[in-house]
Design a protein around this ligand. Structure first.
Ligand SMILES: Nc1ncnc2c1ncn2[C@@H]1O[C@H](COP(=O)(O)OP(=O)(O)OP(=O)(O)O)[C@@H](O)[C@H]1O
Ligand SMILES: O=P(O)(O)OC[C@@]1(O)O[C@H](CO)[C@@H](O)[C@@H]1O
Length: 325
């Protein structure tokens, strides 16, 4: 690989990382005692997952994350995956998030709140981000929920810092943290459909509703909207137009992290928007076929590429829930 073909370096920010424990049961019986498979334990949190899958695809990745006395529990999982970590010392401990996956792929996720950050820790996290904007990475990816102590405008501030430094930002979060950041000038945001409905305060029933949402967000300063829609694929709205991509039905092994891999595929791909969307969807589908929060390898993402179909200018009148190939 020459410098010209080497994938760009990516810095990720995960204010609320996790250790993801995944257990499998045939069918979840709420209120009963059930014996599960042995737990699969993986480093998690949305930005961490982006760093993991991009590292697997040849990118130099640095994951900025708050980490307490038990930092080694997550760093030790990331080191063998070639993810550099930049831990910002905090007094709290890393959270454990549990995924219960049923035989048909249905996933129940139980996410802890995570360690609250003090003002000093928050300032250190922000300055860690600033320190990583020079030399300029290809992307800053800021992703996941905000723990207690972090104000809703945190991602807006991070985005503004990066934009001022000439670093493109990809944002994947939800609720007030996302709502507060849409005017900050991110290059791309990747909500799922429900997250997009939540920040807009309206239901998105048709493909046209989502396309209109993309135009509204573009008017506010977010350049590209990548909306993941689970089994219904994904929609991309940019200045150049709108595209849908998806593939034939599949039975997921675990959907945890599929959205993170979708965003990562989009950032990894070069070429036209439709090609980038196709790669995004292939990576998301590849993630679904793997257990827990396991991220796909280049062979696994390539294997999913052929099944992806892209439609330019999708029918705006079609119901989102009917979109599939
Ligand atoms: N049941 C499924 N069948 C086929 N593809 C799926 C399914 N679930 C997810 N995908 C693929 O993965 C992508 C991302 O899924 P989804 O929209 O559920 O992300 P998400 O809600 O952001 O997930 P997470 O937050 O766990 O990363 C979809 O756009 C689609 O390509
Ligand atoms: O609680 P958040 O920060 O919204 O989401 C955290 C999380 O569910 O997201 C990742 C999958 O996208 C997992 O690795 C992790 O457990």
């Amino acid at each position: 690989m020459t410098d010209a073909t080497r994938p760009g370096s990516v810095v990720t920010l995960t204010p609320n990382p996790s250790l993801d424990h995944t257990v499998e049961v045939p069918v979840l019986q709420v209120g009963e005692v059930q014996r599960t498979s042995a737990a699969l334990v993986e480093a998690g949190g949305k930005g961490v997952n982006v760093a993991r899958v991009l590292a697997k695809h040849g990118h130099r990745t640095t994951a900025i994350l708050p980490a307490g006395i038990d930092a080694q529990r997550i760093i030790g999982l990331l080191e063998p995956q070639k993810v550099r970590t930049f831990p910002v010392p905090i007094s709290g401990s890393i959270r454990t998030n549990i995924a219960v996956v049923e035989q048909d792929g249905t996933t129940t996720k139980l996410n802890e709140p995570g360690a609250a950050l003090s003002d000093k820790e928050l300032a250190a996290l922000l300055s860690a981000v600033e320190d990583h904007l020079e030399p300029r990475p290809a992307w800053l990816v800021a992703a996941g929920s905000l723990p207690a102590g972090v104000p809703d405008d945190f991602y807006a501030r991070v985005t503004a810092l990066a934009v001022a430094a000439g670093v493109p930002v990809a944002l994947d979060t939800s609720g007030p943290a996302l709502a507060a950041a849409v005017e900050a000038g991110a290059t791309v945001i990747k909500p799922n459909l429900e997250e997009l409905e939540e920040i807009l305060g309206r239901e998105l029933v048709t493909v046209g509703d989502v396309i209109d949402a993309g135009r509204d967000l573009r008017a506010k300063g977010t350049k590209e909207l990548l909306v993941s829609m689970g089994g219904h694929g994904a929609l991309l709205i940019t200045q150049e137009g709108a595209w849908w991509a998806g593939g034939p039905p599949l039975v997921p092994r675990s959907t945890v992290g599929a959205g993170d891999c979708t965003l990562s595929g989009y950032l990894h791909a070069t070429g036209s928007p439709d090609q980038r969307l196709a790669t995004a969807v292939a990576w998301g589908r590849a993630a679904c076929l793997l257990p827990g929060t396991t991220v796909p390898s280049p062979e696994q993402t390539r294997a999913c590429a052929d099944a992806v179909r892209v439609v330019a200018d999708p029918d705006p009148l079609q119901a989102v829930k009917d979109v599939a190939s």
